[in-house]
Write a protein that binds this ligand. Structure first.
Ligand code: NOJ
Ligand code: CA
Length: 550
């Protein structure tokens, strides 16, 4: 079969790729309606090429009512008309490939949107029909079925069941606009195989799989559940909702589809599972790679970082895959802000401290944001020195802070609106990017921006940082160029230095040292790059340096 826009290359290109996540609605807006679009991304391909990344991952750009930022998909094989067209998508892939940049798209298989043709058909169809069997419909409890089928909450708030006009209920692990598919239905299974082929045929190189651990469910007894914390999830495959062993049957079929292509298509699983359960998602006959979010959940603390790195290198050795590293994405407070949030990284389940802090302190945060940025740059430089692939999120290369002061009535995130005051809003990391210091939307586009942009954007815009050799953007560009030159193998050897320093050797010539303390510490060796200036052999506190040898 002829493939459009094929980028040839070896089958292992992904193993140590640096992948840049684009949140399409907030990257660049070509037509001035305030919403980022494909033409906007096309106009910035040179920027992506200059950054030195290997691939982009695009969060959903499919038709959607945006009940959950696009993770509520109306049609898996089309582009939202507000974002562009399939032809523009082809042009974008072609332009990225011309620049040697691969493309991942997001696949959202656990749930569709309630506007999906299948869900609309299910609502119109009678109880027990084939149309309803593609989703999870059940009768309610109580005399007249007026009580939900089980006591199930959803991730973003109270109810995990919603009642339909004829009295039946459907399950949704996220918002009520995101009905869960029934993955025991063969049509659902086939639909996603078709979706993977549809995008692969258009030249897409890889897929990011949303909530990859949730597809298969065991619903003979309907689960009651109020918490989705990892500590509540079973770690042996027996949980009724998550991480069941059967899910890997699905991914084995997906792998067969990926292998129809040359080079084989690749995938990365978003699987919030116990660390001992991660390897199968990343295995060669499964999706091939799985996100590890442990760095993203770590506080700025040397032993935590060291354990996370050691554990994940061990786990990737077990699956035969490479490690993945993530410090920011579209779901968390940007790391330049997060790394100074008091207590961050000390909770078992990662995010409750951040959520509480956000609720109570976002308007009077009192954070030392300069320190946050120094730590963020140090953490990033450390991450780029690690074996495996790094996933970075749009705007982190500008050192952006989270936008903490978005007025509640301008928030879009359902987690905020449905969360009954328990969760942070994810809008603060989704604010349209600043490309210029002035203009109606700081160069995001000729019009406005769909979320309010802060005044401080003027100082951190792309065009400002491009002129400044000491900017965060310049650091990212230089570090990525250097990484390409220095990366020889996946070996990592720990080097013991002073307490508070985390150091490892990546090749005879390449050593990375991070100073987690607040005081400068003496180091020896030729500095190749550093996140903060090394003066007289002293590595400043909260910084990382790469050395040639010492
Ligand atoms: C994970 C995505 O990253 C998040 O943004 C989304 O809300 C949920 N999955 C539901 O699709
Ligand atoms: Ca637009």
């Amino acid at each position: 079969m002829t493939r459009k826009n094929q980028l040839p290359g070896d089958a292992h290109w992904w193993r140590n790729a640096v992948v840049y996540q684009i949140y399409p609605r907030s990257f660049a807006d070509a037509n001035g309606d305030g919403i980022g679009d494909l033409n906007g991304i096309i106009s910035r391909v040179d920027y992506l090429a200059a950054l030195g990344i290997d691939a982009v991952w695009m969060s959903p750009f499919y038709p959607s009512a945006l009940a959950d930022g696009g993770y509520d998909v109306d049609d898996y094989m089309d582009v939202d008309p507000r974002i562009g067209t399939l032809e523009q998508f082809d042009t974008l892939v072609e332009k990225l490939h011309e620049n040697g940049i691969r493309v991942f798209v997001d696949v959202v298989p656990n749930h569709s949107s309630d506007r999906h043709a299948w869900f609309q058909e299910a609502l119109a169809a009678p109880k027990g029909s084939a149309a309803r069997d593609r989703y999870i419909f059940r009768d309610g409890r109580g005399e007249n079925g007026e009580l939900p089928p089980s006591d199930l909450a959803s991730h973003f708030g109270p109810e995990g069941w919603t009642r339909t006009a004829d009295g039946q209920w459907y399950m949704h692990l996220f918002t009520k606009e995101q009905p869960d598919f029934n993955w025991d239905n063969p049509e659902v299974n086939q639909y996603f195989l078709d979706t993977l082929r549809f995008w692969s045929d258009r030249g897409v190189d890889g897929f990011r799989i949303d909530v990859a651990h949730a597809l298969k469910k065991k619903l003979d007894r309907l689960p009651d559940r109020h918490s989705f914390a990892l500590s509540v999830m079973k770690d042996d495959g027996s949980d009724p909702l998550f991480d069941r062993d059967e899910v890997h049957d699905v991914y084995r079929q997906w792998r067969a589809v990926f292998n129809e292509y040359d080079p084989p298509r690749v995938a990365v699983a978003e699987a919030w599972v116990h660390p001992n359960r991660r390897p199968p998602y990343a295995s060669e006959d499964g999706l091939g790679q799985a996100f590890n979010f442990d760095l993203l959940a770590s506080g700025w603390e040397v032993t935590q970082f060291k354990h996370v790195i050691a554990d994940n290198l061990h786990s990737s050795a077990e699956s035969g895959s490479s490690s993945t590293w993530v410090l920011s994405n579209h779901d968390v407070i940007r790391h330049a802000t997060r790394l100074v949030i008091p207590g961050y990284g000390t909770s078992e389940d990662g995010f409750d401290i951040e959520n509480q802090w956000y609720q109570n302190h976002r308007f009077d945060h009192g954070l030392d944001l300069d320190l946050g940025l120094r730590r963020a740059k140090a953490a990033t430089l450390l991450m780029f020195a690690l074996p495996g692939s790094s996933y970075i999120y749009q705007g982190e290369e500008l050192g952006l802070h989270d936008v903490l002061d978005i007025p509640a009535d301008q928030m879009q995130d359902p987690q905020w609106h449905r969360g009954e005051g328990k969760f942070k809003s994810r809008d603060g990391c989704r604010v349209p990017l600043p490309w210029e210091p002035t203009g109606s939307s700081f160069g995001f586009g000729p019009g406005g921006a769909h979320l309010p942009q802060p005044d401080w954007y003027a100082g951190v815009a792309v065009s400002v940082q491009e002129e400044d050799a000491s900017s965060t953007l310049s650091l990212y560009r230089s570090a990525l160029a250097l990484r390409r030159k220095l990366y020889e193998s996946d070996e990592l050897e720990w080097v013991d230095l002073a307490p508070g320093l985390l150091a490892f050797r990546r090749s005879p010539k390449w050593i990375s040292i991070t100073n987690f303390t607040d005081e400068p510490i003496a180091i020896t060796g030729e500095v190749l790059i550093s996140s903060d200036e090394v003066v007289d052999g002293m590595l400043p506190g909260n910084s990382t340096a790469w050395l040639r040898s010492f």
